[in-house]
Design a protein. Structure first.
Length: 149
């Protein structure tokens, strides 16, 4: 039997959030947090809108999920994000004790793996889910941004 709520399904939901960010002129990164096959938080980058360098999709999602659950720990939750988290977001994931991080495109220069940022020991990571779609949206954003300037 095919599982309709698999990693690709939830990454498509994160991609939808990234597309919203794209339309707002934000770097198109989207995220959702899932527990028991249910999305409990969804967000996209808001750094330009809020004039806040910490307003990454993941950070917005952590806050919304913690509010939904009524506590700061996100055990048994999975973060789906279209781009590999940066150091800041990986650090926040450490403190949230999130169970799993699934990302789309890698970020070889700013991603947490490049900086060898430590995640919580129980956090599992998987990358490359819908990598082409995630990467294409980011590339399109920066090509269009360069052409406008």
């Amino acid at each position: 039997m095919i599982q309709p709520f698999n990693d690709e399904y939830f990454m498509k939901k994160a991609l939808f959030e990234a597309e919203i960010a794209f339309e707002k002129g934000e770097v198109p990164i989207g995220a959702v947090i899932v527990i028991n096959q249910q999305i409990i938080a969804r967000a996209h980058n808001l750094t330009e809108t809020l004039r806040d360098v910490t307003a990454h999709a993941e950070m917005q999602c952590f806050t919304a999920a913690a509010d939904y659950l009524g506590g700061k720990y996100l055990k048994k939750c999975t973060l789906f994000v279209t781009l590999e988290p940066c150091q800041m977001c990986a650090g926040a994931s450490y403190w949230s004790q999130i169970d799993r991080i699934v990302f789309g495109a890698t970020d070889p220069t700013r991603g947490f793996q490049h900086f060898k940022t430590t995640l919580h020991p129980k956090t599992r990571v998987e990358g490359g889910i819908l990598e082409d779609q995630c990467s294409t949206l980011l590339k399109r954003f920066f090509i269009e941004k360069r052409n406008l300037n």
